[in-house]
Design a protein around this ligand. Structure first.
Ligand code: NAD
Length: 455
């Protein structure tokens, strides 16, 4: 064990908990436990595995408030959001609890016998997660991995390991066998790296930055490890003049300042049809004025602090003294990593604020002339995770939905993540899909069996 990890509460800057810091040898031990537990876990009858996952969902539901408060304090997110996320964790386990009995294969016509496919679990799966939606994102990986019969080693972000540690204790209490779920809380460069390099880890499911994702893909190549990557984003929120502008402007702050902008789906590039700029900006200012930034545990708070001093410094670098600040919301003074919601306008599409993922409450607004220019601007990014289009013209909405290069797109809405539908990126936002039925493809291998019928 390599010392301790001080877990800080971003709203107060005080130490919330001190926990042992895992090192590479702890990863090796966790992988060994997961490997030993795999044969028995994959052999659990499908209905029994389903029952265990339902029981786990029940237990998480019973502890929802406790987990939500812990997540709100550790990640600095509003308690209402944290409750929503913990609700999603429960729903995710419930959804995948239905799948062990539905992992279907195919029968395929072949000469001289019968060809059929079965879905086999991969073995030990390494899960590496970020700090912005700690347990929610972990559950998107844990639930399908376990449902498919894999055992797991989860490495949460070192800033927010607390709900993952509670989760592993709850899993054990509800009857998930010892060794099936393992959590190692330690630095990414040590524990994450070891997981990626470990020869007994069959797959790594990663959510985090594009930079780290790139290094994981490269390191995993050495053992031909399966990898799925959910990476960064720079999503566009495209507002046409024929949209319900009041509704689009009322929804825009939530789409970029939710979770203090630390959201891979943040619609941080607002593109507005030129003729609607003035009315949109006026309505946007009203909705940002109404956004309450403050104590995450206050029920009326809409936005909390950033995760760390380092993150605040990085976000602030996108708003230098000469930045074109068009709207600035409020933020508390005193301890806490606060940053007021900020809108930059006008911003050229080549500006750093319009091209790089800021991961904080800073949005840019750029006008566009027509549909073609809107598509060009929306796609002028290395990322392709999410996005929105606001228009009352249905045909245009569908044309835009097909033209924008992103894994998820919302029309007259900003919501992109659901338990039952696939989620993931185009381009450098990653590959693979989480959630929905598609996630199971990434936690199983397809095996083809030929049975000769000729004697
Ligand atoms: P990060 O890439 O710094 O860290 C993510 C995880 O990787 C952490 O657990 C970290 O410890 C670990 N890690 C770091 N270096 C590693 C290495 N060399 N080998 C293995 N693991 C390593 O990301 P972050 O700052 O925690 O999260 C923010 C980023 O995550 C943003 O870019 C955001 O867009 C992205 N994100 C993407 C999604 C998505 O679903 N696409 C969701 C949430 C966050």
């Amino acid at each position: 064990m390599a010392g301790t990890l001080q877990v800080v509460e971003p709203a107060t800057e005080e130490v919330l908990e001190e926990i042992p810091r895992a090192g590479a040898e702890d990863v090796d031990a966790a992988v060994a436990r997961a490997r030993a537990a795999f044969p028995a876990w994959r052999a659990v009858a499908p209905a029994d595995r389903a029952r265990l996952l339902h029981r786990l969902a029940d237990a998480l539901g019973e502890r929802l408030e406790e987990l939500a408060v812990l997540e709100a304090r550790n990640a600095g997110k509003p308690i209402a959001d944290a409750r929503g996320e913990m609700g999603m964790v429960v729903d995710t386990f419930r959804y995948y609890a239905a799948t062990p009995e539905r992992l279907l294969g195919d029968t395929i016509p072949v000469a001289g016998g019968l060809g059929f496919t079965v879905r086999e679990p991969l073995g030990v799966v390494g899960l590496i997660t970020p700090w912005n939606f700690p347990l929610a994102i972990a559950s998107w990986k844990l639930a399908p991995a376990l449902a498919a019969g894999n055992t797991v080693v989860l490495k949460p972000a070192e800033l927010t390991p607390l709900t993952a540690l509670r989760f592993s204790a709850i899993a054990l209490e509800t009857g998930i066998p010892e060794g099936v779920v393992n959590v190692v809380a330690g630095p990414g460069s040590v524990c994450g790296q070891r997981l990626v390099e470990h020869p007994d880890v069959a797959k790594v499911a990663f959510t985090g930055s594009t930079e780290v994702g790139r290094s994981i893909a490269a390191a995993a190549a050495r053992t031909i490890k399966r990898v799925t990557l959910e990476l960064g984003g720079k999503s566009a929120n495209v507002v046409f003049a024929d949209a319900d502008l009041e509704q689009a402007a009322a929804a825009a702050p939530g789409a970029v300042f939710g979770n203090a902008g630390q959201d891979c789906c943040a619609r941080s590039r607002i593109l507005v049809e030129r003729s609607a700029m003035d009315s949109f900006m006026a309505a946007l200012e009203d909705s940002i004025d109404a956004l309450k930034v403050g104590d995450p545990l206050d029920e009326t708070t809409a936005m909390g602090p950033l995760i760390s001093a380092g993150q605040r410094e990085s976000v602030a670098s996108f708003v230098p003294d000469d930045a074109p600040v068009a709207i600035r919301g409020n933020a508390p003074d005193g301890p806490g990593f606060w940053f007021a919601p900020t809108v930059l306008c006008p911003v050229a599409p080549t500006d750093r604020a319009a091209t790089e993922e800021i991961f904080g409450p800073v949005a840019t607004v750029t006008p566009f002339r027509d549909e073609d220019e809107a598509i060009r601007l929306a796609n002028d990014t290395i990322y392709g995770l999410s996005g929105s289009v606001w228009t009352r013209n249905g045909a245009r909405a569908l044309r835009m939905a097909r033209a924008i290069e992103s894994g998820n797109l919302s029309l007259n809405s900003n919501s992109s993540v659901r338990v039952t539908t696939p989620f993931g990126g185009f381009k450098q936002s990653g590959y693979g899909r989480e959630l929905g039925p598609h996630a199971l493809d990434h936690y199983t291998e397809v095996k083809t069996v030929f049975y000769a019928t000729e004697e």
